[in-house]
Write a protein that binds this ligand. Structure first.
Ligand code: HEC
Length: 146
């Protein structure tokens, strides 16, 4: 069997890369129905480090327009919003809100959130000690069983 020429392979790969750009990807930012009101320090920290995946105010970077990366970004945003959405959280009961904040606090404290690859791309998503303390003070009063 004759091996295909490198040029043919290159063209095929290029064609495939172009073709996958046609797959539709949703980058919608639904309306913010109920803004989550918190202490300004906590608010700024959450906006900087969490809102891209946990709100309807996602900033879609250029690479979120290039497949296949766009698929990963869109998937993370969809999953993230499903688990925790600060743009609709205020419509939940006070108990739900406390629970969500306690969980957010825990994830941030343990360094589980924001995800490592996100922090690698957005170094500003690293929360400062002051911000972590503010988050703990604000959300730490509640527990998961609350
Ligand atoms: C790159 C997107 C992204 C960013 C940024 C991000 N998250 Fe997440 N988060 C996710 C995804 C996806 C999930 C659901 C899957 C999982 O648990 O890993 C999730 C899950 C969670 C959960 C779990 C909710 C549950 O129901 O178990 C909490 C709490 C959370 N994130 C808090 C945060 C906080 C706090 C920040 C900011 C410090 C943050 N996340 C930043 C993508 C993100």
């Amino acid at each position: 069997m004759k091996l295909p020429k490198l040029r043919t392979l290159g063209l095929a790969a290029g064609g495939l890369l172009l073709a996958i750009q046609l797959v539709p990807v949703s980058r919608a930012n639904p309306p913010v129905t109920a803004r989550f009101e918190v202490d300004p320090t906590v608010d700024a920290a959450l906006r900087r480090a969490c809102y891209d995946c946990h709100s309807n105010e996602t900033r879609w970077p250029w690479y979120s327009h290039v497949a296949p990366i766009s698929w990963l970004v869109a998937y993370d945003v969809e999953e993230g919003r499903e688990h925790l959405n600060f743009s609709t959280l205020a419509t939940e009961s006070a108990k739900e809100q406390r629970h969500a904040l306690a969980e957010a606090c825990e994830e941030a404290q343990e360094g589980e959130m924001a995800p490592w690859f996100y922090v690698a791309l957005h170094p500003e998503a690293e929360l400062t000690k002051t911000e972590l303390a503010a988050l703990r003070e604000f959300g730490g009063g509640a527990t998961d069983s609350d």
